[in-house]
Ligand binder design. Structure first.
Ligand SMILES: Cc1cc2nc3c(=O)[nH]c(=O)nc-3n(C[C@H](O)[C@H](O)[C@H](O)COP(=O)(O)OP(=O)(O)OC[C@H]3O[C@@H](n4cnc5c(N)ncnc54)[C@H](O)[C@@H]3O)c2cc1C
Length: 716
């Protein structure tokens, strides 16, 4: 009841404010026209006018009414810099605190009880850092102050803390605005605008947020580095931990721009991609594809034959491929570039010092002005009872282990229906394993549109994969040599016997053991970074799988550029990492490639789009290759040729996508793709035909009707 009374009072005051046109008074024009009158009143009874002004300011702020900025300028004009600042400083803080209290009284219980669980972390954050957070919001006026007052009322920050932090935080801004107001009072003619002191005041208004932001950054940096003593000089400009895609590119950039850089790798140069990921999996896919083509040689007018092969040789080829690429990522190559490569395990000691447990047994400490963490990710192992007893493989272990096999596993279980699981399941099925693929959700490759998952699923099933979607692995059992996986589906259990099991249920960032914990670097599944890839410590950066949100080699390299450049030149200019156009491909056959929005994404996010499709069974080259399966699907802005996203399913989809990636990156629309000559007969023509579909759908009907009439007239 009391709350309703308060609400009615606030509403009545707000209505009164607008009814009596007080809002007109609180405009620049209103202020200027009334200034002379106010001046007279102030001269007659300064205390009364000062007190009345303070009260009005408090009411305007407490009721979150518009006009506080004008009133601040007015304070300068009426009372001068000193008294204007004193009045506004107190009035704004008292008014803000009243608004804060009203919001707390009316809404806090409701908000906290409704969203309490989800607000726990936020409340903890406010309790720990609320004062500082409020201080930065006050100092850098990005959000309107009335919003801050109301939102802070919903948190658990103490009212007194809110008051004094607000008063201190707003002081600098108040001073700048009141000062501008003092000049406004002297603005009598247009030429007054050019007076140096007025110009200076406006310049101050403009640069104030920048200066304030800089101050906040300095204060923040001081807070995080408090307790550490910064070395007076550094051994290196940059230390990079991890020599996968993210680390290699970071070190490469640093060496290219002549920085002194150390790259530390605990295990194998090249990281996951070269040794356990992209490269071995793609080499395996190739062998499997050849086996598949032999089996289906009749598609090309040849005799089909069941491929006979030595699995050892297939695995040997994979290791040969790795060995051939290895020099690209080798210690020798990077040393020649000027990178100091150290093989050993690195650990952060403080924000500038790294200790290395070298592989040769020595321990070494190095300091650097900046550090890039590119420590990658590893396979996630589900908590499945009995899994350790039956034994399992992951992408980390399978390449070495399978190299010792004479034949591919007879009965193979692949846990996981993501890209890695799908690529491996199809490859081993093609090489003759009886593969059972298990996916908990209703479809594989759940990140893609439903029709894409369906096509991929059909293709895998055609290759012999037993596809168990909507099946959860419950436990593993072992009886003598017999290994079993128990699954649950629709409330029923079923059993799959297997000889080998590969876990491909996702990858988790490496977050423990190298100092993140002791330095308090925040992690949430990956290392928490800002838009510049800075961690909690602005001189420590993260890139690649350990930083997320994507887990691709090309994204790791992309991030590495930002991490390295910001690490080396951030004090001059920092660059925000740009995730606008991120392509990826899943190398199942047919390939699935995507950039930008999928249809499902667009629907989920409520983004308006138009869609055009081109079916590959129409493409001359696809028909000639007996691979006329799949499509190019392009999402565009309604009525425009601007590309929002592309999905391609088909042979060479990953390569075809590049044209759209370029177009999106550089703002080229479908008209430009259509206007580009594509060699005949190539797969790339599919892109042009998709653009043609868009053009057809947007043909200017009225002009065409006129043209028809024109030609009829010409025929006479
Ligand atoms: C089977 C499979 C297939 C894949 N296929 C593709 C694909 O086709 N295309 C694609 O784009 N991506 C693919 N990926 C993903 C790709 O491999 C990763 O995204 C990429 O390797 C990430 O690079 P990174 O530099 O972040 O990490 P990593 O390559 O994992 O490198 C991190 C390195 O840091 C080292 N390290 C960690 N901690 C320390 C420490 N404290 N001190 C010293 N060194 C340390 C590790 O030993 C490791 O070498 C695939 C992955 C897998 C598993």
């Amino acid at each position: 009841m009391k709350k309703i009374g308060l609400l009615v009072l606030i509403a009545a005051l707000a209505v009164g404010f607008f009814y009596f046109d007080l809002n007109q008074l609180l405009t620049l024009d209103g202020l200027k026209s009334g200034l002379a009158q106010f001046d007279t009143w102030r001269d007659e009874s300064p205390l009364l006018v000062g007190g009345g002004f303070l009260l009005l300011y408090v009411i305007v702020t407490a009721l979150s009414l518009p006009g506080a900025v004008i009133m601040t300028l007015a304070a300068g004009a009426l009372f001068g810099l000193l008294w204007g600042t004193v009045i506004v400083s107190f009035a704004s803080s008292i008014g803000a605190t009243l608004a804060f209290l009203v919001s707390r009284y009316l809404l806090q219980d409701m908000v906290q009880s409704r969203f309490g669980n989800r607000l726990t972390a936020f409340n903890e954050g406010v309790e720990r850092d609320g004062a500082f957070y409020l201080f930065t919001l006050r100092l850098v006026p990005i959000f309107p102050f009335f919003l801050i007052n109301l939102l802070m009322g919903l948190t658990t920050i103490r009212a007194f803390t809110f008051y004094w932090v607000s008063q201190i935080g707003m002081f600098a801004g108040t001073l700048v605005y009141v000062n501008a107001g003092t000049q406004l009072g002297q603005l009598e003619s247009l030429s007054g605008i050019l007076s140096p002191s007025l110009l200076l005041s406006f310049v101050l208004l403009g640069v104030f947020p920048l200066i304030a932001k800089k101050i906040v950054d300095v204060v923040k940096a001081r807070r995080v580095y408090a307790g550490f003593s910064k070395p007076k000089s550094f051994d290196r400009n940059l230390i990079v931990i991890g020599a996968g895609a993210g680390g290699l590119v970071s070190a490469y950039i640093a060496a290219t721009v002549k920085a002194k850089v150390t790259l530390i790798e605990a295990h194998k140069m090249g990281g996951d991609c070269l040794n356990y990921g992209c490269i071995p999996s793609k080499a395996l896919i190739k062998s499997a594809k050849v086996a598949h083509q032999m089996r289906h040689a009749e598609n090309y007018g040849l005799n089909s034959s069941e491929p006979t092969f030595s699995f050892k040789k297939v695995m040997q080829r994979i290791h040969d491929v790795i060995a051939t690429i290895e020099p690209h990522d080798s210690v020798e190559r990077y040393s020649k570039m000027g990178v100091d490569v150290v093989q050993g395990y690195a650990k952060l000691i403080d924000p500038w010092t790294v200790e290395i447990q070298r592989n040769d047994g020595d321990t070494q400490r190095l300091t650097a002005r900046s550090i890039v963490l590119a420590t990658g990710a590893r396979p996630f192992i589900p908590n499945l009872p009995g899994l350790d007893e039956v034994g399992y493989y992951t992408s980390d272990t399978m390449w070495e282990a399978f190299a010792k096999f004479d034949e591919p596993p007879k009965r193979l279980v692949v846990l996981g229906g993501g890209p890695i699981g799908c690529e491996l399941a199809q490859s081993f099925a093609r090489l003759g394993s009886k593969v059972t693929q298990v996916e908990r959700s209703p479809r594989i490759m759940g990140r893609e549109d439903e029709e894409v998952s369906k096509l991929a699923q059909e293709s895998l099933i055609q290759d012999g994969v037993i596809m168990l979607t909507s099946h959860s692995a419950v436990r593993c059992e072992k009886e003598g040599d017999v290994k079993r996986l128990i699954l649950e589906h629709d409330g029923h259990e079923s059993v799959v016997e297997f000889d080998a099991l590969i876990c491909a249920v996702g990858r988790e960032a490496r977050l423990e053991g190298y100092g993140l914990e002791s330095l308090g670097i925040e992690t949430k599944g990956t290392i928490v970074t800002n838009d510049y890839l800075e961690t909690l410590y602005p001189n420590i950066f993260a890139a690649g799988d350990v930083a997320g949100p994507y887990q691709f080699t090309h994204v790791a390299s992309h991030q590495a550029w930002y991490a390295a450049v910001n690490a080396l030149f951030g004090s001059l200019k920092k660059f925000r990492v740009d995730y606008r156009v991120i392509p990826w491909t899943t190398f199942v056959d047919p390939e699935v490639a995507r950039v930008g929005l999928s249809e499902q994404d667009a629907k989920d996010k409520g983004i308006a789009y138009e869609m055009v499709r081109y079916e590959l069974d129409d493409l001359d080259r696809a028909i000639a290759d007996s691979a006329a399966k799949g499509f190019v699907k392009v999402l565009t802005v309604p009525g425009k040729d601007k590309i929002l996203g592309v999905t391609i399913v088909g042979e060479h989809a990953g390569d075809l996508l590049a044209e759209f990636v370029l177009a999106m990156k550089h703002g080229l629309g479908l008209n430009k793709v259509l206007g580009t000559i594509h060699t005949y007969p190539t797969w790339a023509e599919a892109n042009k035909y998709a653009a043609g579909e868009w053009k057809r759908a947007h043909a200017p009907q009225r002009i065409l009707n006129w043209l028809e009439k024109y030609h009829a007239w010409r025929r006479g």
